[in-house]
Design a protein around this ligand. Structure first.
Ligand SMILES: [Cu+2]
Length: 143
């Protein structure tokens, strides 16, 4: 019985590992003054898998709150809007970069210096509504 349970756990773990995540490139967390209450991170995710996905959010253990935002201009003012769902069909990509889409990291629990990394996890759903969490390490860089 114990062997069977171990085998089932092992197979489940294999299934989790087998999930094909979008390719993540150009990851970086923008260095901010030590007093900053909000930091921004950027990444390009390219869906080369055979599944249509939706990016539905992010979380980061070193921050109290994490959202995906888009900077938009409204009447000459720059505003940020939360993006609760970003479609990422097969063979498409989402580009996050300064002035546009970004991962907004709020309430930092520690300070980040250039050369360090921050763990940020992207949450995707597939067409069956299953969640898939991609764990990524973002190097801290100067802007
Ligand atoms: Cu923002």
């Amino acid at each position: 019985m114990k062997t069977l349970i171990t085998l089932i756990l092992f197979l489940n773990a294999q299934n989790l590992l087998a999930f094909d995540f979008p390719k993540a490139d150009n990851l970086w967390l923008r260095e901010a003054p030590p007093t900053a209450r909000m930091l921004a991170a950027y990444v390009t995710v390219e869906n080369n898998t055979d599944k249509d996905l939706t990016l539905v959010g992010a979380f980061a253990p070193d921050f109290g709150m994490t959202e995906i935002h888009k900077t938009i201009e409204v009447d000459g003012l720059l505003k940020m809007r939360e993006q609760k769902e970003l479609a990422l069909p097969q063979q498409s990509k989402i580009v996050m970069e300064p002035g546009g889409l970004h991962i907004m990291l709020m309430m930092p629990k520690k300070k980040f210096k250039v050369g360090e990394e921050a763990r940020i996890c992207l949450i995707y759903t597939d067409k069956n509504g299953n969640e898939h969490v991609q764990h990524l390490d973002f190097p801290v860089k100067k802007q």
